[in-house]
Design a binder for this molecule. Structure first.
Ligand code: APR
Length: 254
């Protein structure tokens, strides 16, 4: 894989980097991207119709079951070479912030340390009434579990359409995006705000913007480098090309 030499020499000098990831990064771990068609029993629902507070109020069991399935799939998936390449990148760059819209926890399982979860995490639940996070619940029971404190129904600790993002995560994401020298947008369609606006915030402050995606997105016309293809192939190749073997003890498998 050939990368522009201007990009490689720039990356070697970078001290502050932000990476924003979306569902495309987990696609090669076997997890469907959010906007892919669903299969089987779930084919009749659009994810957008299940991932709302209104859907949960209308039919908590339906929404709980859908998330239980996604939680199981995420648990049995493994991080892919793209996730591992980002771990390696974090070791090479002094200030590195990985902002993810993914709720599958695969970045942390791969070993990424500084991860900002913009949309929450599937493996956590919280009470839909009092907001208390719950670390344990009756997973064996198919029924929607209840909060031990107030009796409200538990729900996944993810951000649904129409909900605000966790304020600390959003503030950290904005701060890092406004001060980075390079901003990577990887495997995200750039359709969901405010995540989508982070690349523009970085660009306005002079960051170089690099996009990695299978196909062009609304952001593509605004980026400095568009690397088209699978993140699980491009990222390891990019890391190996930027920091070749003499100074990289652990070459990443491509
Ligand atoms: N490598 C790189 N890009 C890929 C790959 C891959 N292997 N596979 C798919 N893509 C790209 C697609 O071309 C698409 O642009 O990943 C993107 C996935 O887009 P979405 O499914 O829209 O996912 P995402 O951008 O993460 O969605 C954002 O929307 O609905 C909400 O909360 C949900 O976090 C999600 C958010």
């Amino acid at each position: 894989m050939n990368f522009p030499s201007s990009l490689l020499s720039f990356l070697r000098k970078v001290e502050r980097a932000v990476v924003l990831t979306g569902a495309g990064v987990s696609q090669e771990s076997g997890l469907r991207t959010f906007r892919d068609a669903q299969s089987g029993l779930w084919a009749q629902y659009r994810p957008e119709d299940l991932a709302t507070p209104q859907a949960f109020a209308r039919d908590p069991q339906l929404v709980w079951d859908w998330y239980a399935l996604r939680r199981e799939k995420a648990r049995s998936a493994e991080p892919n070479p793209g996730h591992f390449a980002l771990v390696e990148m974090e070791k090479r760059i002094a200030e590195f912030t990985l902002i993810t819209q993914n709720v599958d926890g695969l970045h942390q399982r791969a070993g990424s340390v500084r991860v900002v979860e913009l949309h929450g995490n599937l493996q956590r639940v919280k009470c839909s009434r009092c907001g208390q996070q719950a670390s344990a619940w009756e997973a064996a029971s198919p029924k929607v579990p209840q909060c031990l404190r107030c009796g409200g129904l538990l729900r996944p600790d993810v951000v649904w359409f129409g909900e605000s993002l966790p304020p600390h995560a959003l503030a950290a994401a904005i701060q890092a995006s406004q001060t980075c020298q390079v901003f990577f947008s990887i495997g995200t369609s750039g359709l969901v705000q405010p995540a989508a606006s982070l690349a523009y915030a970085a660009r306005e402050r002079g960051a170089v913007v690099v996009e990695i995606n299978l196909e062009p997105t609304p952001l593509t016309g605004q980026v400095d480098f568009f690397l088209q293809g699978k993140s699980g192939e491009i990222l390891p190749a990019l890391v190996n090309a930027t920091w070749p073997s003499e100074d990289s003890p652990g070459q990443i498998r491509e």
